[in-house]
Design a protein around this ligand. Structure first.
Ligand code: CP
Length: 326
């Protein structure tokens, strides 16, 4: 069996060449570092968990901390549930009620919790690369999972999105046409999805949004890029809608929410341009009435709550891979 975690080390080891590179150091910082077969191993294990497989003692005696410096509902809670289902002890760090409010640095916070014997860290941070920087301070045997850093990556969201696509369309992505829509520039979800879709051989990746919300840094290499949403939807098998990330935006990138909805909001009428069995995805939280209407979000083609359910299964597979015995 191919290990799902060998090769996950590259970001961490490149951060600090003095760091121990013992095989017990396993981190998941992004999907860019993963090979296709590693993605398949993780997705198959996640599918087994989604179908009811259990492993209640996999992390018995292991303490896992959700270390979130940014708000979260589904990522934090589903990691906690995943860790519980694997038999781990869970600690929840809340920056707003912690000694971070007294000026303790993020690195001192990480080291302090690590000194308590915590072996697993699930970390979210608003700064690109901050999770990798903390990982450089991880001791041998301690595992770090990126729960979203800045605009960079959100690897477990990317994995749960791929699991949702596989469940709807099968393992072979070679004939799939997928469109990613909206605020790609500020989206770590889009970056992880793009890495995974490429690695899994997606037939056609379209990216659609206003030019002001599309990155021009090579992120979209190989994608069909357009600002015409109606054209981008023609015949697609999946529409992956993105949240308009107002908290990461500088002013003026969109004229108004009404204009954005008119041009890039997914309505039931627009969705008819997609393939008849097309699915609709959104990582959440949604701006209802902006990037997606209630009718679509709650309609028969929506897989948004299935994505949430799959989040628990994917996070079980990831925690087992980075913290489990074998
Ligand atoms: N999709 C996602 O990361 O949601 P949360 O911010 O609620 O964790």
């Amino acid at each position: 069996m191919i290990s799902p975690f060998s090769g996950i080390l590259d970001i961490q080891t490149s951060m600090n060449s003095n760091l121990a590179t013992d095989a017990s150091d396993r981190h998941l910082l992004g999907l860019k570092a993963l090979q296709t077969d590693q993605l398949h191993v993780l997705l198959r294990r996640a599918q087994a968990f989604a179908a009811g497989a259990t492993s209640p003692a996999a992390l018995a005696g292991v303490a896992v901390c959700t270390l979130f410096f940014e708000p979260s509902t589904r990522t934090r809670l589903s990691f906690q549930l995943a860790a519980q289902r694997l038999g781990a002890h869970i600690l929840n760090f809340d920056a707003s009620t912690s000694s971070a409010t007294k000026g303790e640095t993020d690195l001192d916070t990480f080291r302090t919790i690590q000194a308590m014997g915590v072996r697993g860290f699930v970390v979210r941070h608003k700064v690109d690369g901050a999770v990798a920087a903390l990982t450089a301070a991880a001791q041998p045997g301690v595992a770090v999972v990126n729960a979203g850093d800045g605009r960079s990556e959100h690897p477990t969201q990317g994995l749960l999105d791929m699991l949702t696509l596989r469940q709807a369309k099968g393992e072979d992505f070679s004939t799939l046409r997928v469109v990613i829509v909206g605020d790609v520039k500020h989206s770590r979800v889009a970056r992880s999805d793009l890495h995974a879709l490429r690695a899994l051989g997606c037939g056609e990746i379209r990216v659609c949004g206003p030019a002001s919300l599309l990155p021009d840094d090579g992120t979209l290499a190989g994608c069909t890029v357009t600002d015409d949403f109606d054209a981008a939807l023609e015949g697609v098998d999946a529409a992956m809608m993105l949240r308009l990330q107002r908290e990461r935006m500088v002013e003026g990138l969109v004229e108004s929410l009404d204009d954005y909805h008119r041009d890039y909001g997914l309505t039931a009428e627009r969705l008819r341009r997609a393939a008849p069995e097309a699915i609709v995805m959104h990582p959440g939280p949604m701006n209802r009435g902006v990037e997606i209407t209630d009718e679509v979000a709650d309609g028969p083609q929506s897989r948004i709550l299935q994505q949430v359910s799959n989040g628990v299964a994917v996070r079980m597979a990831v925690l087992e891979a980075v913290l489990g015995a074998s």
